[in-house]
Design a protein around this ligand. Structure first.
Ligand code: SER
Length: 891
C-alpha cells in the first residue's frame, strides 16, 4: 500500500468511515473566489462554509484536491525540476469539519491515519504547534505520547495559517517526518530547518478566526478544521525516498518522457524529464478545466508553463512536438481519480500539439538570438531588458523562460528594463489605435483593455462565479460607483456571462456584492468591448452601491442561458441537416441564438419544399435523440478546415479556433469520419445533444436574394408550438366532425362545396335580377328613345361583377337596343351599359356610363362602345343617372 493511488483511496476511505462526505476536487479555476488565480489548497472550495456564509447538507468532508501554484503569490515555477519537492501541480488530501469537530478529534484522526492506516513509524514523526496553543500540545501528548522535545512550539506565521490577506484563518499544527541522518537538515524551528531531513507532510489548521482587510480579526462563531496533506511527499516517504520525483506516479511520467526522447531518465537530461513530468500534469489539468493558452491572465500562465516544458523537451533532444505524446500515460496514471482528464484527453493533446508545433518554429531562432546577445556581453552581465523583450515579442519567450535558459548559464535578466520595454510597446500600440477611427467613446474600453487585460471568461463550464469589479462605465466615461436606481456598465476580472457575439445574445442575470448580498445589480445585457477583450455587464442597480474593487457574486440567468445553449446547438444541427438535404452550397449567412427562438440564414435560391422541410426537421430531431456529447477542441483554422469544419465565409479567425462537434454518423466527417456537425464557434452549447429536447421549424421565408431564412424553436417552446398546432387541429376536427387523416379530405370537400355554392348563388342573383324578382322593383319594360329601345334598371343584391353578364342577357332579349344597369352595393353604386352591335355607330356604351357616373357621385368610367363600366360612392343618385343616360339617347 505505497502507490500514490492507494494512498489517495486510503485517506478518503478512512475519513469516509469517520462520517466524512467524499467531495470531488473543485476545478482548478476557482468559482468562488474573485482574486485567486488557481485553487491552491483543499479549503478553497469550502471557504464560505468556514465563515458561515454558506451551509451544505454535510458538516464533515474529505477531498483529494487538484492544486496549481504558478503565477501570483505562490509561484514555484522557476524552481520546478531543479528541486525535490517543488511542483506547479500537486494533490492535496484533506479532511474538513465545518463547525463540527475540532482539535480534540482532528489530532487523533490524523495520528491514527498516519501511524495505523499508512503505517508510518511513530519514532520518525514529530509535530509543531503554534507557540500559544497549549491545548493542541496537550492533545498531542495524550494521543500520540510524544515527548516534549518532539512537540515543537513555533512562534511565527509558519504555524498560523491564513488563506490570504483576508478570510478564515487560525493556528495550525504540522506533522513532520524525519528522513534520517543521511540527509542534512534540522528539526522545524532550528537554524537548519530548511534542509532535506525533516519534511512537513500534513498541516492541520484550527480555523477559529476571520481576518479583515483593516488588519482586525474576529472569532468565528463556529470552530472548524481544515487539513492539507501533500500526497507526493507522503508517497515519497512510504516509498523510501525524500524526492517526490522518485515516486511511482512521477517516475512513470519521467520514464514516458525519457522513452519518447530515447534518452536516459537519470542521465544528463534528468532535469528536463522532471520539468516535463511536472508541467505535463499542470498543463493537462488546466486545459481539462477550461483554461486555454493565451496572452492574458490564466491563459498566459498556462502558456508559460507549456513553453517552459517545451523548451526542456527540446533540450532533452525532442525534434518534434513531445508533450502531447505523454498525455496517454498521464491519463493512465490519473484518469481514474480525475475523470475530467480522460474526458478532455483529445482537447489536451491537440492543444499541446498546436502550441508546441507553433513554438518549435521559433524556439531555435530565439535561442540563437539569446546566445548572440550573450556573447556580446561581459561574462557576468545581466541580459538587457530590451533583448528579453525582443525574445518575448518576436519569439513568444515568456520572461521566465528566458530566465530559465539563463539560469543554466548562471546569468540573469534586467527585469526593470523588460518592464519598461513592455510599457513602451503598449503606448505605441495605443497611439496607432487612436488614429484608427474607432468611435470616441470606445476609448474608455480600449483603456480598460490595456490596463486590465482581457476578461477571463468562465462561462463555458459555469454559470456562477465570484469576481472583482475592475471598473464602472457610465455614458462612455469611467465613474467611481453606481448607486441604486442607476444604470451603467460593470467590468470584472472574470465572468461567467457570455458577451454577445457570433449570433448568440449576451447573458443576463444578477451581480451581488459579497460584503452584503442584499446589494444587487440586475444584468440586462453583456457585450464584448475594447476589441472583444473586455466583457461589460450592462446593469441597473436594484439596491446598494457598487464600486471597484468590490467583490461580487456573478450569477447568469440559468433558464435563459439553457434555452440559448439549446438554440445554439440546434442551429449547428440545422446547418448540417440543410447541407445534407439541399447540398454543399448551403452556407451560413447569419444567425440569431436568442432565449426564445433561433434564426438561421443560409445561401439557397429556392423555397424549401414540404418534403425538404420535413426531412430537415426529422434529421435534427434524430440527432437530438441520439444524445451524444457535444465536444469542444482548439486547433488552427487550417486543421479545423481539414476536419471538415464549417467556417463563416469572410470571417477573420485568429491563430487558434474553437471547434464544436456534435452528432455521430457512420458516413460523417472529422478525424474518425463519424462526426455529424463540426463548426468553428465561440458560443456556449449543451453538454449532450439530448439537452436540446426537441426541435420545431416555424417558418421558412426569403431573407434576401439567394438567401433563405429559417426560424425554429427548441425544447419546451418547440413542444408548446406543436401542442398549439395540435389544439388548433383538434378544434378543426371537432368543427368538421372528422378526425385524423380525414381532415384534409373534408376541408377540400368543404372548399369545393363552397366554390360550387358561390357560383350557384351568383347565377341565382342574376336570374332573379332578370326576372325582376324581389327587391328589384318589378319587371322593367324597354322605352323607346330617339328610335332606340332603352332598358334601364337599378338593382340590389347583385355586385358590380354580375353586371356585364346581366347586360349581355338583356341585350339578347332586346335584340337591338341599349341597356343601363346600376347596382346598389351597400350605398355605393356600380354601373354598366351595353349597346347591341347594330347600334354602336349611333350610340356608345361609354357615353352612357360617363353620363350616369357623375350622378352617382363618381368620375370617369370606360370600356368599349358595346360594353362599358363605372362606379360611384352614392347609389341614391340612380334615378338621376338613368335620366342623364336617357338624355344622351334623346340628344
Ligand atoms: N489550508 C491549509 C494548507 O493549505 C491546510 O489545508 O496548508
Amino acid at each position: 500500500m505505497t502507490g500514490l493511488a492507494d494512498i489517495r483511496s486510503t485517506f478518503l476511505n478512512y475519513f469516509n468511515k469517520q462520517g466524512h462526505e467524499i467531495v470531488p476536487s473543485s476545478p482548478l479555476v476557482p468559482r468562488n473566489d474573485p482574486t485567486l488565480m488557481f485553487a491552491n489548497s483543499g479549503m478553497v472550495q469550502f471557504k464560505n462554509l468556514f465563515t458561515g456564509v454558506e451551509t451544505r447538507d454535510y458538516k464533515r468532508a474529505t477531498t483529494a484536491q487538484k492544486c496549481v501554484r504558478a503565477g501570483g503569490k505562490h509561484n514555484d515555477l522557476d524552481n520546478v525540476g531543479y528541486t525535490a519537492r517543488h511542483h506547479t501541480f500537486f494533490e492535496m488530501l484533506g479532511n474538513f469539519s465545518f463547525g463540527d469537530y475540532f482539535k480534540s478529534d482532528a489530532i487523533p484522526f490524523a495520528w491514527e491515519l498516519v501511524t495505523k492506516e499508512l503505517d508510518i513509524p511513530k519514532d520518525k514523526l514529530l509535530v509543531t504547534v503554534y507557540h500559544t496553543d497549549d491545548e493542541a500540545a496537550d492533545i498531542w501528548k495524550k494521543v500520540a505520547g510524544l515527548s516534549d522535545d518532539r512537540i515543537i512550539r513555533i512562534p511565527t506565521s509558519d504555524n498560523f495559517w491564513q488563506m490570504g490577506p483576508t478570510g478564515p484563518c487560525g493556528p495550525c499544527t504540522e506533522i513532520f517526518f524525519d528522513h534520517g541522518d543521511k540527509f542534512w537538515g534540522g528539526p522545524p524551528g532550528s537554524p537548519d530547518e530548511d534542509g532535506d531531513r525533516f519534511i512537513e507532510i500534513w498541516n492541520l489548521v484550527f480555523m477559529q478566526n476571520e481576518q479583515f482587510e483593516d488588519g482586525t480579526r474576529r472569532e468565528l462563531d463556529a470552530q472548524s478544521i481544515d487539513t492539507g496533506m501533500g500526497i507526493e511527499r507522503v508517497a515519497a516517504l512510504l516509498q523510501g525516498t525524500n524526492d517526490n520525483y522518485a515516486t511511482d506516479l512521477m517516475r512513470a511520467l519521467i520514464e514516458a518522457s525519457a522513452h519518447a526522447t530515447s534518452t536516459d531518465p537519470d542521465g544528463s537530461g534528468k532535469t528536463h524529464h522532471r520539468v516535463i513530468a511536472d508541467h505535463l500534469r499542470s498543463t493537462s489539468f488546466l486545459i481539462a478545466d477550461g483554461v486555454m493558452p493565451s496572452n492574458d491572465g490564466r491563459g498566459y500562465v498556462l502558456r508559460r508553463i507549456m513553453r517552459r516544458a517545451m523548451r526542456h523537451a527540446h533540450l532533452a533532444g525532442a525534434k518534434d512536438p513531445l508533450m502531447h505524446r505523454l498525455v496517454p500515460e498521464l491519463v493512465r496514471q490519473m484518469g481514474e481519480a480525475y475523470p475530467e482528464l480522460r474526458q478532455a484527453q483529445a482537447l489536451i493533446e491537440e492543444t499541446l500539439k498546436l502550441e508546441e508545433t507553433r513554438f518549435l518554429q521559433t524556439l531555435d531562432r530565439g535561442l540563437k538570438l539569446l546566445d548572440e546577445e550573450l556573447s556580446g556581453l561581459p561574462e557576468d552581465a545581466a541580459l538587457p531588458g530590451e533583448a528579453a523583450f525582443k525574445l518575448y515579442d518576436t519569439f513568444g519567450f515568456p520572461l521566465d523562460l528566458t530566465q530559465d535558459a539563463l539560469r543554466e548559464k548562471g546569468r540573469t535578466v534586467d527585469t526593470d528594463g523588460f518592464d519598461s520595454a513592455m510599457a513602451e510597446q503598449k503606448a505605441k500600440a495605443r497611439a496607432a489605435w487612436s488614429g484608427s477611427g474607432e468611435a470616441a467613446d470606445a476609448t474608455v474600453w480600449f483603456d480598460l483593455a490595456d490596463q486590465h487585460g482581457a476578461t477571463d471568461f468562465l462561462g463555458y463550464d459555469t454559470e456562477q462565479a465570484e469576481g472583482q469589479i475592475l471598473a464602472i462605465v457610465k455614458d462612455g466615461v469611467q465613474v467611481p460607483a453606481l448607486e441604486a436606481g442607476e444604470t451603467g456598465w460593470i467590468v470584472t476580472n472574470q465572468t461567467p456571462f457570455y458577451g454577445e457575439s457570433g449570433g448568440q445574445v449576451g447573458d443576463t442575470g444578477y451581480l451581488r456584492r459579497l460584503e452584503n448580498e442584499d446589494d444587487m445589480a440586475r444584468v440586462t445585457d453583456t457585450q464584448k468591448m475594447g476589441g472583444g477583450k473586455v466583457f461589460a455587464h450592462q446593469v441597473t442597480i436594484e439596491a446598494g452601491r457598487f464600486a471597484a474593487p468590490d467583490a461580487v457574486a456573478l450569477e447568469v440567468d440559468h433558464g435563459r442561458r439553457s434555452t440559448i445553449r439549446a438554440n445554439h446547438s440546434a442551429t449547428h444541427l440545422l446547418h448540417e441537416a440543410l447541407r445534407e438535404a439541399l447540398g454543399d452550397h448551403v452556407a451560413q449567412r447569419g444567425s440569431l441564438n436568442a432565449p426564445d427562438r433561433l434564426r438561421f440564414d443560409f445561401s439557397h435560391s429556392a423555397a424549401l419544399s414540404a418534403d425538404e422541410l420535413a426531412r430537415v426537421e426529422r434529421d435534427v430531431n434524430a440527432f437530438i435523440r441520439q444524445n451524444t456529447p457535444v465536444e469542444t477542441r482548439i486547433m488552427t483554422p487550417d486543421d479545423a478546415r481539414a476536419l471538415g469544419a464549417q467556417a463563416l465565409f469572410g470571417e477573420k479567425y485568429g491563430d487558434e479556433v474553437r471547434v464544436v462537434s456534435m452528432g455521430r454518423k457512420s458516413t460523417g466527417k472529422g478525424q474518425d469520419g463519424q462526426t455529424y456537425s463540426i463548426e468553428l464557434c465561440g458560443g456556449t452549447h449543451v453538454m449532450r445533444t439530448g439537452d436540446i429536447g426537441a426541435f420545431a421549424l416555424t417558418s421558412e421565408t426569403a431573407s434576401s436574394s439567394g438567401v433563405r431564412r429559417i426560424e425554429a424553436l427548441t425544447g419546451d417552446a418547440a413542444m408548446q408550438e406543436l401542442r398549439g398546432r395540435d389544439m388548433r387541429l383538434s378544434e378543426i376536427e371537432g368543427l368538421l366532425k372528422v378526425s385524423g387523416d380525414e381532415v384534409v379530405g373534408r376541408v377540400k370537400a368543404v372548399l369545393d362545396e363552397r366554390r360550387a355554392l358561390q357560383n350557384e348563388v351568383a347565377q341565382l342573383r342574376r336570374d332573379l335580377a332578370m326576372s325582376g324578382g324581389a327587391g328589384q322593383g318589378g319587371g322593367v319594360e324597354a322605352k323607346e328613345i330617339g328610335g332606340i329601345k332603352f332598358l334601364a334598371q337599378a338593382l340590389t343584391g347583385v355586385s358590380g361583377k354580375d353586371l356585364p353578364s346581366l347586360i349581355d342577357q338583356y341585350k339578347d332579349q332586346l335584340g337591338s337596343g341599349a341597356v343601363l344597369l346600376i347596382a346598389d352595393t351597400g350605398g355605393k353604386a356600380a354601373v354598366a351599359a351595353g349597346v347591341t352591335a347594330d347600334l354602336t355607330d349611333k350610340v356608345s356604351a361609354v357615353d352612357l356610363v360617363r353620363a350616369a357616373v357623375p350622378e352617382l357621385g363618381g368620375k370617369g368610367g370606360g370600356g368599349r362602345p358595346d360594353m362599358a363600366q363605372g362606379g360611384g360612392a352614392d347609389a341614391s343618385g340612380a334615378e338621376a343617372a338613368i335620366k342623364a343616360a336617357e338624355a344622351v339617347l334623346g340628344g
